[in-house]
Design a protein around this ligand. Structure first.
Ligand code: GLC
Length: 733
């Protein structure tokens, strides 16, 4: 931001604050409480679902702050006109919606985007989404979700950036900036929402909404960094999480909401509850009734209540009893008014209906296609089966329940968003001279094997076969928790019988989570993880299978061998008796007796159609004092990488740190740098990383928040996955 922009921004803020003071002086207690209420529009019929009449009535009385799930510019303007032109003070509504990975143009799911190891992918999603949603009267998206998780059983891993806080932090900041830009009042920007605060991804058993019991150090080292990155990037709002945090529900947790978020980090935006999350304090056993739920939540730091109405119903009595102070009420209202002023809603409350974007543009589709291609991860490619050579491939069988399916958009897709281009259509377009046959083989979930014979016959008759298998989007997302991670239904049998034909077999996996890839993987020549790739699924798959796009994605989550290993993640601590693969005979170590140790595929792993070599890291100095680091000094790490193959392609060079001896046991690896570079055959690049105190230290157990950079060795590991072994030692004195 230039000096001039900064002056404007300061003047704006000053103007905003004086307007807030003026409004607060005019507002009744009911009008103040009304600003803290968000109701749902009729589109959503979930629990406590939408009621447009109630929203209109409250807006007309000036007793409503926000509405979620309004669809379309006309509906948005109609509701806004009631609030602005019929209520006493004419305070505009702010309209929210879950624009998680697309409005009309559905991008790959966030977990797929994470696999690109390229925050520009998520920024592209955010920019296209903001343009489309704002033009249709939406001001605020409940995104990005930034819950770090080690739980592939948890359906919402699909919305996450996976198991690493550093990668998640980079994506969180990029997506906030992509949605918000430099001016929230712009007609193509959205207010972002950092969610779910906090540690929602730590639910026991991976069961959604379940208990989270977490140490202060793990809360601060694993779950909070992405939120700090989002707040530092200017996130306008934060959403509270459904779970408890060590016994105190996130919706009533003053330590996290006020102590950390608002006081320590200086967050001056809006904390919105999750759907009925305030009222659920009763179900948690943390509030005896709705009045107590309202008191605990408001005083802990929630500013706006989504769908349940305890603030409006009990706020006046809480004020009268002194349980809620006028100061806290005014603070919450001020935050809501500040959001609306920053969005420019007082000046321009209505959206230009004629300018509403009504569907995906060609440019938006192209952006979604490029994103999907960058997200795919090549897990296996024997004998150079991929890429197909269009000139030589005479016939191809495309089989599986998702071969000719448009249901590849993923969870949190908005109603009316166009379905995905099918894999079959994408391959037919990319291989016009190849005879392409299709057989479903098995359904996405049913166990009926009767279709497998036709798929086997199609594979036998073709030069190669693409098997499109996995899980439907309905099996991932909120409340979609699986106790198994294998291919549902008869799909594994389908893969085994098709592979047994001996026809070169490529498995394309579509899913919203890591899957346990069974013994069938050894029976096929190639495996590509395509996730749920969004609207341009089929074209992006064809780009990758034909080599128009060389896969360069890496896994943002560990793929376990068995669900029994879960939780299994790369950034684990060592334990006192770590398993040593070089000494498998040692009995008393931390391992399972009935499954090979470690994951099927580790964090950061992904192959290419070419090969790369990375050299050992070089440091600009081998030792540095803790004091210098705390004063802002940094260590430069340089890693050489060369394309040793015959195709231009991307490689993701990764830098991990390990503190082998610290006052709090540290993870064996912590990602602290990644860079996706494109290299021509034979080209070499020096990839540079900068390490500062925040990369080398850690938070302690102290609830007041103490960050330590301790003297001692730090081992730096660089390479192209979390299993890399090139090491250098930095000495902190
Ligand atoms: C849901 C989700 C949250 C979403 C909200 C509004 O329950 O937990 O992520 O933004 O309700 O739909």
């Amino acid at each position: 931001m230039s000096g001039h922009d900064h002056q404007n921004s300061v003047r704006n803020d000053h103007d905003h604050e004086s307007r807030i003071a003026d409004l607060l002086a005019q507002m009744t207690v009911e009008e103040k409480l009304g600003q803290l209420q968000q109701l749902a529009w009729a589109w959503d019929t979930g629990p406590g679902g939408g009621d447009t009449a109630a929203a209109e009535a409250a807006a007309r009385k000036g007793l409503l702050g926000s509405v979620l799930n309004v669809v379309g510019a006309e509906a948005s303007n109609a509701l806004q006109r009631i609030a602005v032109e019929e209520s006493r003070l004419g305070i505009p509504l702010v309209f929210g919606l879950d624009v998680i990975h697309g409005y009309h143009t559905t991008f790959p799911i966030p977990l797929a985007q994470a696999a690109a190891f390229d925050p520009a992918v998520t920024a592209a999603d955010a920019e296209v989404s903001a343009r489309e949603a704002r033009s249709n009267g939406i001001h605020w998206t409940f995104s990005p979700m930034m819950d770090v998780t080690h739980e592939p059983r948890w359906g919402r891993i699909a919305e996450s950036i996976g198991e690493d806080p550093y990668l998640t932090s980079a994506y969180a900041a990029a997506k906030v900036r992509g949605y918000q830009g430099d001016d929230l009042a712009a007609s193509d920007r959205l207010a972002a929402c950092a969610k779910h605060f906090a540690a929602y991804g730590g639910a026991e058993g991976g069961r959604d909404y379940n208990t989270v019991d977490v140490s202060e150090q793990r809360l601060r080292n694993l779950y909070l960094p992405p939120f700090k990155a989002a707040v530092d990037a200017g996130a306008a709002t934060v959403m509270a999480a459904f779970n408890t945090i060590s016994g105190v529900p996130a919706h009533a947790n003053s330590h996290t909401l006020s102590g950390i978020l608002k006081e320590s980090w200086g967050f001056d935006g809006v904390v919105v509850s999750d759907w009925t999350g305030v009222q659920e304090l009763i179900a948690h056993g943390s509030a005896a009734d709705e009045a107590e739920a309202a008191r605990r939540s408001l005083t802990a730091g929630v500013d706006m209540e989504m769908v349940s109405t305890t603030f409006v119903d009990h706020g006046r009595e809480l004020l009268a009893s002194g349980a809620l102070t006028e100061e806290r009420l005014d603070d919450a209202v001020a935050r809501v008014l500040r959001l609306k002023l920053r969005l420019g809603l007082f000046e321009r409350p209505y959206v230009e209906e004629s300018a509403a974007i009504t569907g995906p543009t060609l440019a938006a589709r192209a952006a979604a296609r490029e994103a999907a291609g960058r997200c795919m991860v090549l897990l296996r490619n024997e004998a150079g089966t991929l890429p197909f050579d269009p000139a030589a491939l005479r016939s191809l069988a495309v089989v599986g329940p998702f071969a000719d399916s448009g249901d590849l958009l993923g969870t949190w897709t908005l109603p009316g968003a166009p379905e995905a281009v099918t894999v079959l259509a994408g391959l037919r377009e990319a291989l016009p001279d190849t005879e392409i046959t299709h057989a479903e083989g098995a359904s996405a979930e049913g166990t009926d094997p009767s279709g497998i014979a036709a798929a086997v016959a199609a594979a036998e008759a073709a030069d190669a076969v693409v098997l499109v298998v996995g899980e439907a989007p309905a099996l991932s997302g909120e409340a979609a928790v699986r106790s198994e991670l294998g291919l549902p239904g008869a799909q594994e049998r389908l893969v085994a019988e098709v592979a047994a034909t001996g026809t070169p077999c490529v498995v394309l996996l579509v899913a919203g989570r890591p899957l346990t890839i069974g013994a069938w993987a050894d029976q096929v020549q190639a495996v590509v993880m395509a996730w749920h790739p969004g609207i341009e699924a089929g074209t992006a798959v064809a780009d990758v299978l034909t080599g128009a796009v060389v896969p360069g994605g890496k896994l943002p989550v560990t793929f376990p061998r068995s669900v029994g290993q879960v939780p299994l993640y790369y950034n684990h601590e060592r334990t006192g008796r770590p398993y040593d693969p070089a000494a498998p005979e040692v009995k008393y170590v931390s391992r399972y007796l009935d499954v090979e140790d470690g994951p099927a595929y580790p964090f950061g792993y992904g192959l290419s159609y070419t090969t790369f070599e990375t050299g050992a890291p070089r440091l600009d100095h081998e030792r540095i004092t803790a004091a210098a680091l705390e004063a802002g000094a940094t260590v430069e790490v340089t890693v050489p990488v060369r394309n040793t193959g015959d195709r231009t392609a991307d490689e993701v060079v990764q830098l991990y740190v390990q503190d082998p001896a610290a006052s709090i046991a540290q993870p064996v690896r912590r990602l602290r740098g990644f860079s996706r570079v494109r290299l021509a055959p034979g080209e070499e690049r020096q990839v540079r990383f900068t390490l500062g105190a925040e990369d080398l230290g850690f938070w302690t157990e102290d609830p007041a928040g103490v960050f330590l950079v301790e003297p001692g060795e730090i081992h730096l590991h660089t390479g192209t996955s979390s299993r890399t072994t090139a090491t250098r030692t930095l000495l902190i004195t």
